[in-house]
Design a protein around this ligand. Structure first.
Ligand code: PLP
Length: 714
């Protein structure tokens, strides 16, 4: 069909079918303008919106609201984007050519309307796909389709987390059955000792990048296996290993059936490490190679990113589970049970050791990296026993620090501000330091005003959400009315949102409630807090911390000044990171491998107040944010917590609050604004996903694909 003959509805349908729209604020705005109330109601899902409205109403509405030009413009821009050939990748990743990187991850957080992520790992994977698309890197994502997602969070009247699950309808999501080169639907099979598991495969288009999602909800499976992929991180160890053989082994098979020959296999975290074993099997079969050579060849083209700085956080499986699920593959590889188990053990012959997915990943890849400089040190120390003959700093685990996808996280209003001072094509060159330097020329008044606008928007949004939460709990009308005026748009606003895992210490600041009461109820320099975050359904200590936060939000003087917003997701994250003044991050060092939410915040002009852990340990320079503590840790957890809590309150009262409230005759906090600019200038170029993906290409993908080698940074 020629473009001219397409109706607006056709064009919108095509746009809605590729998640490219989700990082184009102008295109998102077009969908919203079709019917703002429905847009919210339908979870920002254009396919559902178009389905509900129908072609006639869409055409009518487009005429009424004068949307023709914007729709045509969006459609043209999308085609230009898809067809562009002069990308960074064309120049720097040519060796990948017809053999893309296959990027495996258990979760992908691309947009709130496709809820197949739980937190940072997923959002990182989503940002990786988007930047790869923008940069023109040949890459295909491989994951699982969780038909019930992670879960929807609400709190009961006592602040205890409730989880609800709803079935997603693939028909109303931006995905279609993946196809073989002959146009047939893709179905793969993974054998276990207790029978085969089948999966169909969906294809999601993320700009120029494809994402394949395996889904066991097919007739041929048993009732139990049909539900196998329904929930992310749900079920027991057996569910877990069955999901992981699907992701790893099934994922490699799906690529093969589709005729995609990867030049690089990238395992994002250990969940997908079985991919290495299946790749070895294919190699042995295709090239009639013995196991050892096939292992060497596979490792040479494989890359592993580790994310977990504590031994307990790594997936481990018993010999029985491994035998049941990997046995058939091990037979084909010619591996005895002991040899197989040895691949997942630090000491291959130690029969007391469980099978660890990270150990397997390290053994089937030649290039491995941690996700921040400090995490690199921690990871080399943790895995030093794998190579007892090597000194710790020679352990071959480098680091590539995580970054965030700028177009996804930067507020449209901030972008327009940057457009005025940054070079013309800055948007396509966010990984270059020079590009960000002119941020210093931003007018202090305009920057502050823009920030204040975004902050007001966040506060309005938070009030609405609180009212909705209260209605759900059947609160009285007067309570609901009161919630319409919580938070003060002039007060220093601190955001804290992340998974409620205990090491993130959401309640750290409550250790000295007396001092906090004073700070919150100050007449002239008040501070206020917005909290959000989910606990894993099985994490009772995490849920208790959440409940503690909830109880604080109900007590005077915190009520209305400390609030909790439920069901943290990408949408809520976007509002928060674009609207707060300060982003609080106080994990127990060194347990935060990187963290990325603080990077989203700095782009939007907020300041980080953070423990020197993860990315912040290498980002903080003394005047681009605030540091809690000095990076010292204590073996005694209680002592470390007490020290950090004390330092947090000290920095807050002595540095953060005074700087925020010190105003000039125009009521501008000049010192604060200088820090905002300094954060953007010194950090914007380093902690973004374009820079991260470029690092992966140069340091991992190109060498792994057989291009010029390059030593991974330590
Ligand atoms: C960015 C993001 C995260 C990751 O935050 P951390 O800083 O790594 O804790 C988690 N969840 C959502 C929804 C996000 O957008």
């Amino acid at each position: 069909m020629a473009i001219q003959n397409k109706t607006l509805f056709d064009k919108l349908t095509e746009l809605g079918g590729n998640l490219w729209w989700s990082w184009q604020p102008e295109v998102t705005q077009v969908f919203r303008d079709l019917d703002p109330a429905q847009w919210t109601e339908l979870g920002h899902n254009p396919i559902r919106l178009l389905d509900q409205m129908g072609a006639d109403r869409v055409e009518r509405r487009a005429t009424e609201a004068g949307l023709h030009t914007r729709i045509n413009w969006a459609y043209r821009r999308w085609h230009e984007y898809m067809e562009a050939t002069d990308s960074w990748g064309a120049t720097h990743a040519g060796v990948l050519g017809q053999r893309p990187t296959a990027y495996f991850s258990a979760e992908f957080g691309i947009h709130e309307s496709l809820p197949i992520y739980s937190g940072g790992l997923g959002v990182l994977a989503g940002d990786h796909l988007k930047s790869s698309s923008d940069l023109g890197i040949p890459l295909v994502g491989v994951g699982l389709f969780y038909s019930q997602g992670y879960f929807t969070q609400s709190l009961d009247s006592n602040g205890w987390q409730q989880e609800t699950y709803a079935d997603l309808d693939p028909e109303l999501l931006p995905m279609a059955p993946a196809q073989t080169p002959h146009g047939d639907p893709v179905v793969i099979q993974v054998d276990t000792r207790s029978g085969p598991i089948y999966a169909r495969v969906w294809q999601v288009n993320v700009g120029r990048v494809r994402l394949l999602l395996l889904d066991t909800n097919v007739d041929r499976n048993s009732e139990e296996d049909r539900k196998l992929t329904s929930r992310l991180y749900g079920g027991d160890q057996r569910t877990r290993i069955r999901q992981e053989i699907l992701l790893g082994i099934g994922g490699v098979r799906a690529l093969e059936v589709m005729g995609i020959q990867p030049g690089v296999i990238h395992m994002n975290e250990g969940h997908s490490a079985f991919a290495g074993l299946e790749a070895i099997r294919q190699r042995m079969h295709d090239d009639a190679m013995p196991f050892d050579s096939a292992l060497r060849e596979t490792a040479a083209m494989s890359v592993f990113t580790t994310h977990t700085p504590v031994p307990a956080g790594h997936d481990r499986f018993s010999g029985e589970l491994i035998q049941e699920h990997i046995g058939p593959l091990a037979d084909q590889l010619g591996l005895s049970h002991d040899a197989l188990m040895g691949l997942g053990r630090v000491e291959p012959n130690n029969h007391g050791e469980l099978f660890c997915m990270t150990v397997l990943a390290l053994k089937v890849t030649r290039r491995a990296n941690a996700v921040s400089s400090l995490h690199g040190v921690v990871s080399r120390r943790m895995w030093a026993p794998l190579q007892p003959w090597t000194s710790e700093d020679e352990i071959p685990i480098g680091h590539i620090t995580n970054g965030v996808h700028v177009p996804t996280w930067l507020a449209a209003q901030m972008r327009m501000l940057y457009d005025r001072v940054l070079p013309l094509s800055w948007y396509l060159r966010t990984g270059e330091p020079e590009v960000w330097a002119p941020v210093e020329h931003l007018s202090a008044g305009e920057l502050w005003e823009t920030h204040q606008t975004l902050k007001n928007r966040l506060i309005t949004y938070a009030r609405n959400r609180l009212q909705k939460q209260a209605r759900r709990l059947e609160a009285s009308e007067s309570t609901i009315a009161e919630l319409g005026s919580v938070l003060d748009p002039q007060a220093l606003t601190i955001g804290f949102a992340r998974r409620f895992a205990p090491y993130k210490r959401a309640d750290l600041i409550f250790r000295d409630l007396e001092e906090l009461r004073r700070l919150v109820s100050s007449d002239d320099r008040p501070i206020q807090f917005i909290y959000a975050g989910k606990s894993h359904p099985a994490d009772n200590p995490g849920k208790q911390i959440l409940q503690r936060v909830f109880h604080i939000t109900q007590e005077a003087p915190f009520k209305g000044r400390v609030i909790f917003l439920d069901d943290y997701d990408i949408n809520l994250a976007r509002h928060l990171v674009q609207g707060v003044d300060v982003w609080l991050n106080n994990p127990r060092r060194p347990l935060e491998a990187s963290g990325t939410s603080g990077q989203k915040v700095l782009l939007n002009g907020a300041l980080n107040l953070s423990i020197l852990d993860g990315w912040w340990a290498e980002a903080y320079d003394g005047s681009n944010g605030f540091a809690i503590g000095s990076g010292r840790t204590h073996v005694n957890q209680d002592i470390q917590d007490a020290r950090d809590a004390e330092s947090l309150l000290r920095v807050l009262t002595q540095e953060v609050v005074p700087l925020f409230y010190e105003r000039d005759h125009d009521d501008l906090p000049q010192g604060w604004i200088r820090r905002m600019k300094r954060a953007v200038r010194t950090l914007g170029w380093r902690f973004n996903a374009d820079r991260m993906v470029m690092d992966y290409v140069r340091e991992s993908y190109v060498p792994a694909a057989g291009g010029l080698s390059c030593q991974m940074r330590k």
